[in-house]
Design a protein around this ligand. Structure first.
Ligand SMILES: Cc1cc2nc3c(=O)[nH]c(=O)nc-3n(C[C@H](O)[C@H](O)[C@H](O)COP(=O)(O)OP(=O)(O)OC[C@H]3O[C@@H](n4cnc5c(N)ncnc54)[C@H](O)[C@@H]3O)c2cc1C
Length: 386
């Protein structure tokens, strides 16, 4: 199938979805203590913690739960943040880097309890394409082990990795997600805890400012600067593109793999399909956009890379794009929006939000419940850009 530019449905969202019975037809039922805007992993996690904490919560989603990046991503559930561990240790200091990595390890454990079969804790593989990247990986793996984190060097690369890569290591606690299934389950947990879900309702900033609620959480990652232009100097929209193949007879990859600093990533699902994304660095300027469309240029690159991995052209069944929020320092923004009383934000995960989004949604909810967790200081939205 030749790649062509268009908007397409992700493999993860291709299954028919019956939205749960919600109050959207009848209109919102009375005031809420907290309105959460955005039905991705962040908003659903936030709504779950708030509802369990006894708040009346309404989650408002413009499309469907998981219709944004949370149902359009590569399905990697990785600990840590977007920067490599040794870089984070240098810029944040050892204590803060350890706190961030431990936060995400705890989040992964909590996700595993909620996700059922939508999360497989199979670990992930970080690979180097050349000698300079190999040295980067050696520095990161050493730093992780020095600070007590598991990270296993791959002494021998199995086929076909040995043909294409210089080396790599395993993060044993990481996982492979079916992201839309996972976030719908999370939304189900939030609903069971008492949260109200309203799908198909887009709120603009003036509607948000008029909401009758004690607090409003903006959990819209790639659309953060749209709703909060005052944070536009810290976070902007970025596009990622992905493809999925038809089921493949040969199973080459038993866990998610990524290389070239995350510009290439892929996982093979239990049904044999390859889900592969990245190559954004082919055209960084055009991928700095909030337009959720595939392009022929990047999709052709993905086709080529998939063929390199399997040694033959592969039949592609799904192509899609998604938008995430990229911050200047590649750390999320989570906390009260500077200069406001009741607006909160959680987003800007810089392409690393499956676990961080779950964690940040929960952190913000706990702050609203009156117990601000110390980790929130790491993501202070009033920090100065570096
Ligand atoms: C192609 C791609 C690959 C990625 N791969 C990975 C990966 O493998 N691992 C990883 O950890 N991260 C990955 N990410 C990043 C990760 O998907 C996101 O950071 C994460 O899903 C963000 O979740 P969220 O809930 O904050 O935002 P989203 O999932 O984007 O949810 C925000 C929701 O808000 C809704 N919304 C927006 N504006 C409004 C409005 N005005 N009113 C009402 N609703 C609104 C949207 O419809 C959307 O559903 C990837 C992202 C992309 C795009």
């Amino acid at each position: 199938m030749k790649a062509s530019p268009r908007t397409t449905i992700p493999y993860w969202l291709a299954e028919p979805y019956t939205p749960p019975p919600v109050a959207s037809d009848a209109g919102p039922a009375g005031p809420a203590d907290v309105v959460v805007v955005g039905g991705g992993v962040t908003g659903c996690s936030c709504a779950l913690t708030l509802a369990r904490g006894g708040m009346r919560v309404r989650l408002v989603e413009a499309r469907q739960v998981a219709g944004g990046a949370s149902g359009r991503n590569g399905g990697f559930a990785l600990r840590g943040g977007a920067p490599a561990y040794d870089e984070a240790r240098e810029t944040l200091g050892a204590a803060q880097a350890v706190a961030l990595w431990r936060l995400t390890e705890r989040a992964l454990d909590a996700m595993a309890e909620l996700a059922g079969a939508a999360l497989r804790r199979v670990g992930s593989v970080r690979l180097a394409v050349d000698e300079p990247e190999l040295q980067e990986l050696e520095r990161e793996q050493r730093a992780l082990r020095e600070d007590g984190f598991e990270a296993e060097w791959l002494e021998v690369l199995p086929a076909p990795l040995e043909r294409l890569f210089a080396g790599g290591f395993v993060h044993p606690g990481d996982g492979a997600l079916e992201p839309a299934l996972w976030v719908r389950r999370l939304a189900g947990h939030a609903r069971e805890a008492g949260a109200e879900l309203v799908e198909g309702q887009r709120l603009d900033r003036s509607a948000i400012d008029r909401l009758d609620a004690g607090a409003v959480v903006l959990a819209v990652d790639g659309m953060t600067d749209d709703l909060l232009p005052e944070l536009g100097h810290l976070v902007t929209a970025m596009r990622g593109q992905v493809l999925a193949t038809e089921p493949l007879g040969d199973r080459l990859f038993d866990r998610p793999h990524y290389a070239r600093g995350g510009y290439d990533y892929w996982q093979q699902l239990s049904n044999g399909r390859l889900v592969l994304g990245g190559r954004r660095d082919t055209s960084l300027d055009t991928e700095r956009t909030s337009v959720e469309e595939t392009t022929g240029l990047i999709q052709d690159q993905l086709d080529g890379f998939a063929a390199e991995l399997f040694g033959r052209p592969l039949k592609v069944s799904h192509r899609w794009a998604g938008i995430w929020g990229e911050t200047v320092d590649r750390l999320p923004l989570a906390g009260r929006v500077p200069g406001t009383e009741r607006l909160w934000v959680a987003g800007g995960y810089s392409g690393h939000g499956n676990v961080l989004g779950f964690a940040c949604g929960d952190l913000v909810a706990r702050a609203i419940l009156g117990e601000p967790p110390p980790e929130l200081a790491l993501f202070d939205p009033s920090r100065a850009p570096i």
